[in-house]
Design a protein around this ligand. Structure first.
Ligand code: PHB
Length: 396
């Protein structure tokens, strides 16, 4: 079979938000790229994902010209509620740090990016099979695959970017001696649902209770997203709608909230894991987003970190490829990692603050309640949460 060859400056493996945003930013900088993904566009679009965007993420989407849909269809949230000990406590980001976040689902971010890339005829190949990544230790890395029409393809490039998610194929190409990997496992997961019901609260409610954590989030006026802490081995088929609602009501009811119920149309268990791969560069390979790091979803940081990575990466690649600044990419790891580790800490902290630790002692339970009280009970405690949740300034 003939192999079709394409030459480009940057080949990006992974057409999720990180890969597509990078391709978009590179184009603005006059750098050409090809993006490949084994998933189809419909498959990526129909995977239910998280929904909170930091102010800088919103700004990046709007100011780089991807779309202003987030401002039209997204919901600005100026605060969250932390519910525990029988009541609810407002943490007002706007008042504390003058910032807000936007509720705008990751699938919508993807749709906006895919449409923007399509509109300018960008080379994005969805639904490819048998992807192979070769020669990352040279200045001529290669990506081979069979495209959606069954044709054998080869992309030759100067730099290769692995934006291919937490199971990254690209990451596996980094020689073991050159990498360090840091993990934190958690003894719980989230049971996530999407349901057809009116909103139960105007803001996101992070609810701590002796039965375990629950998060009440939203999507639209008639579609809601909720989660409750569960065992990582929980089997979703064992949970009828009635059983799910009883569990959610019991958890938030302990803090005085009643949920509006409706048919449940999606249910899945989300595993928790903190992970960092260092360095984020190995020869001609650069890693971005979940391929380099994952965080538990409690702090709503995953997508925001991925977008922050590619903002830095696009700038380093532009300097390397257009300004002959061959050392520019050496900066990428340090600049991206300072934010990554802050977000790791914040996500870990919020997770430990709000979840029941299986087999925890009465000491653990009382200490945790005191920590919650310390956070909401002082301006400095609430400000700490507000700064982390709304995001730190873009890395320099
Ligand atoms: C969501 O709406 O899916 C969501 C919101 C906040 C989180 C995690 C997920 O911390």
């Amino acid at each position: 079979m003939t192999t079709h060859t394409t030459a480009t400056q940057v080949c990006i493996v992974g057409a999720g938000p990180a890969g597509l945003m990078l391709s978009h930013l590179l184009e603005l900088a006059g750098v050409d790229s090809v993006v490949v993904d084994h998933r189809s566009r419909v498959e990526i679009q129909s995977t239910v994902r998280a929904g909170i965007l930091e102010r800088d993420s919103v700004q990046l989407l709007v100011e780089s010209g991807v779309s202003d849909n987030v401002l039209i269809h997204g919901d600005e949230h100026r605060r969250i509620d932390l519910a525990f000990g029988g009541g609810s406590n407002r943490v007002d980001f706007h008042e504390l740090v003058g910032a807000s976040v936007w509720l705008y689902p990751q699938t919508s971010v993807f749709e906006d990016l895919a449409a923007a890339r399509e509109a300018v005829g960008a080379d994005v190949r969805f639904g490819v099979a048998g992807t192979e990544v070769l020669d990352i230790g040279t200045e001529r890395p290669v990506v081979r695959f069979v495209d959606a029409d069954g044709l054998r393809q080869e992309v030759r490039c100067r730099y290769l970017v692995g934006a291919d998610g937490s199971h990254s194929l690209c990451r596996q190409q980094v020689p073991e001696v050159d990498r360090r990997q840091y993990f934190q496992e958690y003894p719980f997961a989230w049971f996530g649902i999407l349901c057809e019901a009116p909103k139960s609260a105007a803001e996101l409610v992070y609810s701590h209770s002796a039965r375990g954590f629950a998060l009440i989030s939203q999507r639209t006026e008639s579609m809601q997203r909720m989660y409750f802490q569960c065992d990582p081995s929980e089997d979703v088929t064992q949970w009828s709608d009635d059983r799910i609602w009883a569990e959610l009501q019991a958890r938030v009811g302990a803090n005085g909230l009643t949920l509006q119920e409706g048919p449940i149309c999606d249910r899945a268990v989300l595993r928790f894991r903190s992970f960092v791969h260092e360095p984020m560069r190995s020869g001609s390979l650069l890693l971005a987003g979940d391929a380099a790091h994952t965080v538990p979803p409690t702090g709503a940081k995953g997508l925001n970190l991925a977008l922050a990575d590619v903002r830095v990466l696009a700038e380093c690649l532009e300097r390397a490829l257009r300004k002959d600044d061959v050392d520019a990419l050496d900066e990428y790891t340090d600049r991206a990692l300072s934010r990554v580790w802050k977000a790791q800490h914040f996500s870990y902290w919020m997770t430990r603050l709000l979840h029941q630790i299986p087999a925890g002692t009465e000491f653990d339970a009382r200490r945790q309640l005191a920590e919650l009280q310390s956070v909401v009970g002082s301006t400095s405690g609430r400000t700490y949460l507000a700064e982390g949740y709304t995001g730190w300034p873009a890395p320099r």
